[in-house]
Write a protein of this length. Structure first.
Length: 212
């Protein structure tokens, strides 16, 4: 069993509503704004890409979180990298929005003050810009995914969005960061082969099922 997982209030609210066709109804309340969009699977990415983009802004131990797509990097005049950037494009068959996530590239994380910048653009025109605590964005994303999966199931969600999905290890990391509890991510030796590691399936399931 994982040490006590604790839900908390979060200023960002995200709701995902599969349409039963190719559209995913996305709603977000953030810093006084209410945002809605209908990304279409026929045109490309949906919320699973946001989960992957957020996951890609982190790294842990020997895991660079680079399996999704290359990050962009911002560097100073001395070519020292200071910020990682990922992007997702949503298209609802006509209206396009680009979601740009930026986070300082730091080894030592101050969880209370770690920040992510969110930019929403339409054909390079800036629509909205927010700076939020990283753990709050992770909380909102993980909560939305948890709620929609509990309501629709893994295959039901994929079927009802034609065909969005979440990579489990990515979602579990984001949920771990949101709750500041990484027990389900702990790697232990599987056998005498030092390169083979395992995690606790029981702790992973407990984390996945935890209501936020």
């Amino acid at each position: 069993m994982i040490q006590e997982l604790k839900k908390r209030d979060c200023g960002i609210k995200i709701k995902l509503i599969p349409s039963g066709a190719q559209f995913l109804h996305f709603e977000m309340d953030i810093q006084g704004d209410h945002l809605e969009f209908l990304p279409a699977s026929t045109m490309g990415e949906q919320f699973g890409a946001v989960v992957s983009a957020l996951y890609t802004l982190f790294y842990e131990n020997d895991d660079g979180h680079e399996e999704w797509r290359p990050r962009d990097y911002l560097s100073d005049e001395k070519h020292v990298i200071h910020t990682a950037v990922t992007k997702v494009e949503w298209d609802n068959e006509g209206d396009v929005i680009e979601i740009i996530l930026s986070r300082k590239y730091e080894v030592d994380i101050d969880y209370e003050n770690d920040l992510i910048e969110i930019e929403l653009k339409n054909y390079d025109k800036l629509l909205r810009k927010y700076t939020v605590r990283t753990k709050d964005l992770c909380y909102a994303v993980a909560k939305a995914c948890t709620e929609v999966l509990k309501e629709y199931g893994f295959y039901g969600y994929r079927y009802s969005t034609e065909y969005d999905c979440f990579k489990l290890h990515q979602l579990l990391y984001i949920k771990s960061f949101a709750l500041l509890n990484f027990e389900a991510r702990e790697l232990v030796s599987k056998n005498e082969n030092e390169w083979a590691k395992r995690t606790s399936f029981e702790k992973e399931l407990e984390l996945l099922l935890f209501d936020m």
